[in-house]
Write a protein that binds this ligand. Structure first.
Ligand code: FO1
Length: 322
């Protein structure tokens, strides 16, 4: 079975890990990663969501944080701070720095981000094909109430999304195209999954890349999403601040309506909500959405595998292995 997942960082990476545990060998999983969080720091290219996916699926992630490397140290960033360089609110660990140095060396050698990502991924035996959403440098900025733009990472990490934002702007998006393999994977998929990533700045950013949304609305593959909102709140992170910024209520059904239903020009054929939001299922079904409720807390790989199985079951039997 060919599955394509559109993923941000922590939530999407954990979901994909469970999806792989559920599918077992013999399937083809492609992950299209958000690169809008990316930034230049100390002369290296930092790709938070690509690296969270690579570390999580490669078994090297700092499990407690959900991002960054296990057994990390911060000798370099501490010494850089002694030179007054870097930000006290954003720590690039030593092992993480190695990844970013490797990436930067490959980019400087002329490789596009997709090829550099392929090259880095070879070390980790990820079990998926990991694609950036585009090879272009696209960076998400939060548009604050006073009109200024702030890089997403500063808004998110330094200010914990507490500065009221009135929208998000992907700088560099207009000239971008989907990375090689993204559209092809989507149009030839057996299933497309929107995991419980941030629907605005992660999945939303991927969907904003020219050609991606069209590939999803035109693919014959069923599209199933998993709500990142449980009982009116995000499980982690600040997706509520992002939804509020674009005027979408922080509820499981509002996010489904935000993605839209395929039958009315949107993306979704099916939507998974948590048991806490089971009351919203009949209303969503009335709009023609296949909808189901289950325990969607990704406590560990086994529980996440069960959520992935539930989501795939909603869209019915699809071609078996291979
Ligand atoms: N998140 C934090 O909350 N604090 C940090 O200091 C931090 C550093 C960092 C360095 C590299 C990297 O790839 C990610 C890092 N993150 C940090 C996580 C990052 O903000 C998130 O993974 C995503 O950008 C949001 O999903």
């Amino acid at each position: 079975m060919k599955v394509v997942v559109l993923s941000g960082g922590v939530g999407g990476a954990r979901f994909t890990r469970g999806l792989l545990a559920h599918l077992g060998p013999g399937h083809e999983v492609t992950v299209v990663a958000n690169t809008g969080d990316d930034l230049w720091l100390h002369g290296v290219r930092v790709c938070p969501d690509l690296d969270t996916l690579m570390y999580t699926l490669g078994g090297a992630v700092h499990e407690g944080q959900g991002w960054g490397r296990a057994d990390e140290s911060t000798r370099v960033s501490t010494d850089l701070a002694a030179y007054g360089l870097g930000w006290d609110w954003f720590t690039l660990g030593d092992l993480d720095l190695a990844t970013c140095l490797a990436r930067t060396e490959l980019l400087r050698g002329g490789l596009p981000l997709s090829a550099a990502t392929d090259r880095l991924a070879q070390r980790w035996d990820l079990g998926v094909r990991l694609l950036p959403m585009t090879d272009a440098e696209v960076e998400t900025h939060a548009r604050l109430a006073d009109g200024t733009l702030l890089h997403f990472e500063e808004w998110w990490v330094r200010h914990h999304a507490t500065l009221p934002a009135v929208g998000f702007e992907q700088v560099g998006l207009s000239g971008s195209v989907a990375a090689p393999g993204v559209v092809e994977a989507l149009v030839s998929a057996d299933v497309v999954v929107l995991p419980p990533s941030n629907p605005v700045v992660s999945v939303g950013t991927i969907l904003a890349v020219p050609g991606v949304r069209e590939a999803i609305t035109s693919t014959p593959a069923p599209v199933v999403g998993v709500s990142p909102i449980i009982g009116g709140a995000p499980v982690r992170g600040m997706a509520d601040a992002c939804l509020t910024a674009i005027g979408v209520p922080t509820t499981a059904s509002a996010v489904a309506r935000h993605y839209g239903l395929r039958r009315t020009g949107g993306l979704l054929d099916a939507w998974v909500v948590d048991d806490a939001d089971a009351a919203s299922v009949p209303g969503l079904r009335e709009h023609g959405l296949v909808c189901g409720a289950t325990d969607t807390l990704m406590r560990d790989v086994a529980s996440t595998a069960r959520i992935a199985a539930f989501a795939l079951d909603l869209v019915g039997p699809v071609p078996s292995a291979g």
